[in-house]
Write a protein that binds this ligand. Structure first.
Ligand SMILES: Nc1ncnc2c1ncn2[C@@H]1O[C@H](COP(=O)(O)OP(=O)(O)OP(=O)(O)O)[C@@H](O)[C@H]1O
Length: 257
């Protein structure tokens, strides 16, 4: 696997029947970053990720490493090393953890081979199992995994596809405190040789694990920087709280992003 690449977005626009959901967004996510994308409901976060991954038409430019992504089909963008998770789980619940990873790895194996019990585990699958902490669960049906484990399996499925840009849509929603901690640690591990973008509403999780933050509002970039910089930005406080707070204030803690 080559080293991490960065994501460079320029003047990105997405419109739905005359309504502009993403309105001229430019942002850079450097290689190896853990960038949190926050903003009120309807800010355009998911639509931005949809544009990067080819699910909606957009204008402007989205470069990952050397490649322009706009205008390419979803599967081609995926082959360039861009992987995403959705708010709802996409694991095959009736298959085992190993079978889910095998399918994600593709590896030109037949369906019959995939569902047959295997003696060996391919290297990339073994590495992913280790990273996501599910090595002890290879034969467990995905549908019986705990909520957090399912999300980690989803991330593992991106790892075996050799995704080098991971776009994760609310990965810790509904997780316990312990699961959120483990997910943050997993993201730190994954970002050693990959670039990670996280859409998240959980401000406590953001404060602990974000390296950088972009705040979207009404389809535009409202603020960008470290957690401390973004939290101190009066424009961000205004959007979240309706008014700026004083220098000692804790906004936007405890508010929904
Ligand atoms: N397919 C679509 N057709 C029409 N409008 C859409 C479509 N998808 C999204 N929108 C609109 O675009 C805007 C941005 O939506 P988006 O889901 O990207 O916001 P978001 O920041 O991800 O919000 P949330 O935090 O609620 O998920 C919203 O006003 C939404 O209603």
């Amino acid at each position: 696997m080559s080293g991490p690449d960065g994501l460079a977005i320029r003047d990105l626009r997405v419109s739905f029947d005359g309504f502009t959901a993403v309105d001229g967004v430019s942002l850079d996510v450097p290689p190896g970053d853990i960038r949190f994308l926050i903003g009120p409901n309807g800010a355009g976060k998911t639509t931005l990720v949809d544009a990067v991954t080819g699910l909606v038409r957009a204008t402007g430019s989205v470069r990952f490493g050397e490649h322009e992504l706009l205008g390419r089909a979803v599967h081609r963008i995926s082959r360039l090393g861009v992987g995403r998770t959705f708010q709802t789980s996409t694991v095959f619940e009736e298959l085992t953890v190993l079978q889910n990873l095998d399918i994600a790895a593709g590896a030109r194996r037949s369906w019959a081979t995939l569902v047959r019990r295997r003696h060996g585990v391919p290297d990339e699958v073994a590495a992913a199992l280790d990273t996501i902490g599910l090595a002890g669960h290879v034969d467990q049906l995905a549908g019986t995994l705990a909520h957090g484990q399912k999300q980690w399996l989803e991330i593992g499925m991106l790892l075996v596809q050799d995704a080098r840009l991971l776009l994760l849509d609310e990965p810790v929603a509904g997780m316990s405190h312990e699961e959120r901690d483990a997910t943050g640690t997993l993201l730190e591990k994954v970002s050693r040789d990959r670039t990670v973008v996280v859409i998240e509403h959980d401000m406590d999780f953001l404060r602990r694990f974000a390296r950088t933050v972009t705040v979207l509002h009404a389809g535009k970039v409202l603020s960008e920087g470290t957690v401390a910089q973004v939290q101190a930005d009066p424009r961000v406080q205004e959007v979240y709280l309706g008014h700026p707070v004083d220098a000692a204030g804790t906004a936007p803690a405890g508010t929904e992003a």
